[in-house]
Design a protein around this ligand. Structure first.
Ligand code: HEC
Length: 266
C-alpha cells in the first residue's frame, strides 16, 4: 500500500513540475508496473510455482525429484514443514533451517555433490530460493511450532540468543540495538521487537518475501545477511550456524503466531 501512496504523491509532484505530458515517463511506467503487480497479487507466486515444478522435477546425476525429501514431517511432506524449522535432523546429525535442508536433499537425493550456493540467487541457490518459497507457502496461516526437545535444538536457541545480544563492530551494534524496543523505526522502516512473541513470529514468517525495492525474492538467510551488513559485521556464508541459530531464536520466540510467508516488502 505504501508504494501506491508514494507513487501517487510522486505523480502529483511530477505533474506540478512538468505540467501535462503526452508520453509516459520511465518513472510513471515504473509506478504503473508496481500498481499492476500489487493489484495482481504478490509476484512471489511466480517463485512459488517454479518451486513446485522443481520439487517434482527429476534432476541431478541421480535423476531424482524432491518428492522423497524429508523436511521433518515425513518424506515428501511439504505442508506444515516451514513452521517447524529450524529443527534437528538425525540423518544429518545437526539442526537445519529450510534452506540448508533443501541443499542437503539436493546433495543426498539428487546427487549434486556440492550445490552451488555461494552466489546469491544464481545456480543451485536460485533453485533453493524457489523451492523455499513453495514450501513456505504451503504452511500459510499455520502456527509457528519449532521443536525444542533435542539438546541441539535447545543449544541453537541459546546460541541464537547470545548472537542476538552480542555487540561488536565499528558501531558496537548488536541485533538488539535495532530490534529490542517497541515502536522504533529507521526513516520509514519499522523495526520489529524480535524479543517479543507477535513481532518475532511475524518477522520470522515474513520470509521468503518479494522485495519491491529491488524486484528480488529474499529467503530468510538473505534477510539476515543484510542485517549483518547493517550491523557492519562480516556477511555469513550460506548455511552458517549463526544464521540458523538466529532463526531458531526468532522462530521459538514467535511460537503460535500464524505464518505469513511469502510476503511482499518494500
Ligand atoms: C542498524 C540497525 C539494524 C541492526 C543492527 C539489525 N537490523 Fe534487522 N532490520 C533493520 C531494518 C532497517 C530492517 C527493515 C529493512 C527493510 O525494510 O528493508 C530490518 C529487518 C529485519 C528483519 C525482517 C523484519 C520483518 O518484519 O520482515 C529481521 C528478521 C531482522 N531485521 C533481523 C535482524 C537480526 C537477527 C539482526 C542481528 C544479526 C539484525 N536484524 C540487526 C535494521 C537492523
Amino acid at each position: 500500500m505504501r508504494v501506491v501512496k508514494v507513487g501517487s504523491a510522486l505523480l502529483v509532484l511530477m505533474a506540478a513540475v512538468s505540467g501535462a505530458w503526452a508520453q509516459k515517463s520511465e518513472t510513471e511506467k515504473g509506478i504503473d508496473k508496481y500498481r499492476e503487480m500489487i493489484a495482481d497479487g504478490n509476484p512471489a507466486e511466480l517463485w512459488e510455482a517454479e518451486g513446485e515444478e522443481l520439487w517434482k522435477k527429476k534432476d541431478g546425476p541421480n535423476k531424482a525429484s524432491f518428492e522423497t525429501c524429508n523436511l521433518g514431517q515425513g518424506p515428501g511432506v511439504v505442508k506444515g514443514a516451514y513452521v517447524t524449522l529450524p529443527r534437528y535432523f538425525s540423518d544429518a546429525g545437526r539442526v537445519m533451517d529450510l534452506e540448508t535442508r533443501l541443499a542437503y536433499c539436493m546433495q543426498t537425493i539428487q546427487g549434486i555433490s556440492e550445490p552451488k550456493v555461494t552466489s546469491y540467487n544464481q545456480g543451485d541457490h536460485k533453485k533453493i530460493v524457489a523451492l523455499a518459497t513453495y514450501v513456505a507457502a504451503a504452511s500459510k496461516g499455520m502456527p509457528l511450532n519449532l521443536p525444542q526437545e533435542h539438546p541441539e535444538e535447545k543449544r541453537m536457541y541459546e546460541l541464537g540468543k547470545r548472537a542476538f545480544f552480542y555487540r561488536a563492530g565499528p558501531y558496537d551494534f548488536s541485533c538488539a540495538t535495532c530490534h529490542s524496543a517497541e515502536n522504533t523505526r529507521i526513516r520509514l522502516q519499522a523495526l520489529p521487537n524480535l524479543t517479543t512473541n507477535k513481532p518475532a513470529g511475524e518477522a520470522y514468517t515474513s520470509w521468503p518475501a518479494y522485495r519491491v525495492s529491488n524486484s528480488q525474492l529474499w529467503p530468510m538467510q538473505q534477510r539476515l545477511n543484510d542485517c549483518f551488513r547493517q550491523q557492519r559485521f562480516p556477511e555469513p556464508k550460506f548455511g552458517s550456524e549463526v544464521t540458523l541459530a538466529l532463526s531458531t531464536y526468532m522462530g521459538v520466540n514467535g511460537k503460535g503466531v500464524a505464518s505469513l510467508a511469502p510476503t511482499i516488502k518494500r
